[in-house]
Design a protein around this ligand. Structure first.
Ligand SMILES: Cc1cc2nc3c(=O)[nH]c(=O)nc-3n(C[C@H](O)[C@H](O)[C@H](O)COP(=O)(O)OP(=O)(O)OC[C@H]3O[C@@H](n4cnc5c(N)ncnc54)[C@H](O)[C@@H]3O)c2cc1C
Length: 384
């Protein structure tokens, strides 16, 4: 049962703010405090990888500032406040500015860019985009320049390649695998996406990694593992995210790839919960918007006195590569099975079946993207 002390949420990303909204629909009385290391502006993170083509500055992507959000949510929001430690026994958070007591604590503290082991005198010029400030900094350093090298060809790297190319930039992508989005889609599906991006002018260096970044006059020189070099004005690293687990693990909470929680989103401490990119829900790490929204709805009920397990329906991901539309429902319900692929040109249908012939996932490109609703009906719920 929820405790009567304040509800404290660490993080004002989509997880923190969605939970606060859902909670206020059910409980208008309990004291709500939110703490964030950033400026607390509310924004939709998926728009960061479609903003260049639309010519959007970071400020134009921000929807509300922290003060407006505090008013709407009847909450106290502490911005630019980095939580340094959790004391679960005393039920306190420790920050530079002092400490805060809680009745229940929700960690919605997100993830950080996976560090890239690079040598060279300019490796600190390699940026990642995982929040509004990163986006603003990247745009700022690119002003008046045109050439971008993206390291990584996963979902986010591919989306940025499409968006930056549409925004008029010269884009090169370097990645160690020999296809785009390995681990998410089969090579026959990645092929048309790569071809469409090449049509836009993106140049790929697949099967290669970047060893070092050096200064080359006003520009940067990237040294690849085969000794070849390429030049760029700015380097964007998109090699994946790691859940922010340090606060939780230092406090003795169980962590794996994320902060481990059960279907009530409860950690190994009965008064601490986790939601969003930082959480690993019954072993599943799903760093997408729909799972955190389902989690926010369930957790809001639990925190207002109706213990509710989270359920995940099928939640396909629309990859934002408009050069070649792509929708993927990854086979999260089993890893045992095989892809079968059919179609030609841009219109590819890949289906993932287990040994009994049950459909567990799909990837669709081009015109066949429209089949997703019909396929969704055949898939088992991700967490029933
Ligand atoms: C470029 C990009 C495009 C994406 N596109 C899509 C998409 O199209 N569809 C989709 O489903 N998903 C997409 N995603 C993923 C999705 O946006 C994320 O899963 C989601 O936004 C994560 O929200 P979050 O609140 O968990 O984390 P975050 O947004 O990272 O928020 C974390 C919060 O915690 C705070 N914080 C962290 N540590 C501390 C601390 N110690 N003390 C105080 N505060 C702290 C931060 O300041 C921040 O407020 C995309 C991600 C990226 C990067």
């Amino acid at each position: 049962m929820p405790d009567s002390g304040p509800l404290l949420i660490v993080g004002t990303g989509l997880a923190g703010y969605n939970l606060a909204r859902e909670f206020r629909k059910l409980d208008s009385q309990r004291e709500l405090i939110m703490v964030t290391a950033d400026d607390g502006r509310s924004y939709s993170k998926p728009l960061l990888s479609t903003g260049f083509a639309k010519g959007k500055q970071a400020d134009e992507l921000a929807m509300q500032d922290a003060a407006t959000m505090a008013g709407q949510l009847d909450a106290r929001i502490l911005t630019h406040s980095q939580v340094r430690e959790i004391d679960p026994q005393a039920r306190k958070l420790l920050m530079h500015e002092g400490e805060l007591s809680y009745g229940d604590l929700v960690l919605a503290c997100g993830a950080h860019a996976r560090p890239l082991p690079l040598s060279g005198d300019m490796h600190e010029r390699v940026l990642s985009i995982n929040d509004l400030n990163d986006y603003a900094q990247f745009r700022h350093t690119l002003e008046g320049r045109k050439r971008v090298a993206i390291i990584g060809a996963g979902l986010i790297g591919s989306e940025f390649a499409n968006d930056l190319a549409l925004g008029g930039l010269e884009v090169q992508v370097i990645a160690p695998d020999d296809q785009l989005m390995p681990g998410l889609i089969p090579a026959q599906v990645a092929g048309p996406v790569q071809a469409a991006l090449e049509e836009l002018g993106v140049r790929f260096h697949l099967g290669r990694s970047v060893a070092a970044v050096h200064q080359a006059g006003d520009a940067l020189s990237l040294e690849l593992d085969d000794g070849s070099r390429l030049e760029a004005d700015q380097v964007l690293s998109a090699i994946g995210l790691l859940a922010n687990t340090a606060l939780a693990s230092d406090a003795g909470l169980l962590c794996g790839r994320g902060i481990q929680v059960d279907r009530f989103l409860r950690t190994s401490d009965p008064h601490i919960y986790a939601l969003g990119d930082c959480a690993e829900v019954t072993g599943m790490q799903l760093m997408y918007v729909m799972p955190l929204m389902a989690g926010a709805r369930a957790l809001a009920k639990t925190l207002s006195g109706q213990p509710t397990e989270v359920s995940y329906p099928v939640m396909p991901v629309m990859v934002k590569t408009p050069a070649c539309p792509l929708v993927v429902s990854p086979p999260v319900t089993t890893s045992e099975g095989l892809w079968t692929v059919e179609g030609e040109g841009q219109d590819i249908r890949a289906l993932f079946h287990d040994a009994k012939g049950t459909l567990h996932g799909y990837a669709l490109t081009g015109a066949v993207v429209s089949e997703k609703l019909q396929l969704n009906r055949q898939l088992p719920a991700w967490l029933g």
